[in-house]
Design a protein around this ligand. Structure first.
Ligand SMILES: [Zn+2]
Length: 308
């Protein structure tokens, strides 16, 4: 599949669109993250748009300061500069783009959802026992607590009622899509039983309040687009972001890369003597943006997406 037609994409976006690079500091950067960055920065630069850097550290249990420091260091080393949200601000703890500092924004968004939200005391174990319908290896919430009228007490999660219906959108690379969030995930978890905001909720709230127009992410996340569009609408977003899902880097045996995959870690590649241009070129090659692993400077990323 050739790179997407950026003329068609530009026609759906404002003049200087805002996209985002939003890693979670739950591990070290690997080639999969760099591939995402190549698509994000390349498309943003080709469209004359801007890149926002957000740290998705909502999962306090899995995030580590050491991962965050390494992530910022690797981004600088790669020469990838965000236009909104500087590395220096994250380092000094003054960035407004960190999810752990956004609790008030998430609480306000929750209020806006009103009566569609209900408390749920099901554990993960309960849900896997009940089974639900499993589509794409997802466990669907069977609606157990929907009508129980539980108080949103500590120790209980919060879910958004998802009615049956179809979400239609046009992915900027994969074309028209149809999804059924009610069959895929059922009532959407917004806050877990420990009081932590979920990834799906935090991301949608952030994309709205930060004015993100274009979401460029890996194909593995395609299935959650419908629920994000639906949630955004319920939160009052009239103009949804455009989504573009890019190919994932896979190992030669077809497996997905993992964060622990030492063979493709940026730290390992750096230690082995690879330069930033080599790493960018390799990530572009492995996601089909160039014919071979030729080195690429950050300033050359836009050329991968020249308007046709
Ligand atoms: Zn429940």
């Amino acid at each position: 599949m050739p790179p997407p037609d950026l003329s068609a994409l530009a026609a759906r976006l404002p003049l200087r669109p805002l996209t985002r690079f939003a890693p979670s500091p739950t591990g070290y950067l690997h080639l999969g993250h760099v591939a995402n960055a190549v698509w994000v920065w390349g498309i943003a630069r080709a469209l004359g748009g801007r890149v926002l850097l957000r740290l998705e550290d909502h999962d306090r249990g899995r995030c580590r300061p050491a991962y965050e420091a390494a992530l910022l260091d690797d981004l600088e080393w790669l020469g990838l500069e965000p236009d909104v949200g500087s590395v220096a601000e994250f380092r000094s703890g003054t960035s407004p783009l960190r999810q752990t500092d956004a609790g008030a924004a998430y609480a306000a968004a929750l209020e806006r959802l009103g009566t569609g939200v209900f408390a749920c005391d099901c554990s993960r174990k309960d849900l896997s026992r009940e089974g639900g319908d499993v589509l794409n290896e997802e466990t669907r919430y069977p609606g157990h607590c929907r009508s129980r009228g539980l108080d949103p007490a500590p120790g209980r999660g919060l879910r958004l009622r998802i009615e049956s219906g179809v979400e239609r959108f046009v992915d900027a690379r994969l074309g028209p899509q149809e999804q059924h969030p009610d069959l895929q995930c059922g009532d959407l978890l917004l806050r877990d039983r420990l009081g932590g905001w979920t990834y799906q909720f935090a991301v949608v709230v952030d994309d709205i309040r930060q004015g993100v127009d274009l979401v460029v992410r890996g194909e593995d996340l395609l299935g959650s687009t419908g629920r994000q569009l639906l949630l955004g609408r319920k939160l009052g977003r009239s103009m949804p972001p455009v989504f573009l899902h890019h190919p994932l880097i896979r190992k030669p045996n077809g497996e997905k890369l993992s964060k622990s995959g030492g063979d493709t870690g940026i730290r390992e590649l750096r230690a082995a003597g690879a330069g930033p241009a080599e790493v960018l070129g390799r990530a572009a090659w492995l996601t089909g943006l160039q014919a071979g692993p030729e080195p690429l400077e950050p300033g050359e990323l836009a050329s991968l997406f020249a308007k046709g």
